[in-house]
Design a protein around this ligand. Sequence first.
Ligand code: OAD
Length: 217
Amino acid sequence: MSFLEQALEAIRRTKPRNVVFFTGAGVSAESGIPTFRGAGGLWRNFRAEDLATPAAFARDPELVLEWYEWRRGLIRAAEPNAAHQAIARMADAVVVTQNVDGLHARAGSRNVIELHGNIFRERPSGAHMRPDVVWFGEMPYGMDDIFAALREADLFVSIGTSGAVYPAAGFVQAAAANGARTLELNLVPSEGTRWFHEARHGRAGELVPGWVDELLA
Ligand code: OAD
């Protein structure tokens, strides 16, 4: 093998083949959708236990449905931003998202696992239809598929999540234990930032496109 061939092979070898993105509310913040924690976050103005638990829905279904309808309105008016679009350029990546807004699919990502469901779907619950989202105390969707993707991953990139909610906050450790490189792209260091090999801090709409350019170059 010539020197040039060896150099190209080295680059190919270091290129990740199985990329798993793991996203949270921060990836949709620049689309105008509020996050949960931090400045302007939904949990600053609303109590999760009044709105996002099975007990809250049993107690006051109208209040819960009204809150979700308000959030649907915000999401309908929103568009995918530069971060969603950059993620979609990695056509073979698996996108595991805690977001219920469907913006990754709207940006063109094909392999999306919505572990907290989707706000535009409904399912029956007792006498009422309820949003098909995962509330506190309920089982997330897609865990088998997520852990299968984490086993295969050679690069795990977390974007716009506070790392406050388990089991999702443990995905970085599972990916690293299986040999993946791990990268955090977030406005500020997340609660789990120490678990990542590398972290870059800033707005997703700026960080993610630049980073995808580097990767695809
Ligand atoms: P959080 O609101 O907890 O965290 C959002 C993260 O995004 C924070 O670390 C912010 O610093 C960061 N962020 C904000 N704007 C950003 C930007 N423009 N670019 C990059 N990062 C930005 O949202 P999640 O981590 O998604 O669950 O929250 C996880 C779960 O907790 C949600 O799915 C929801 C919530 O309670 C349920 O409702 C069950």
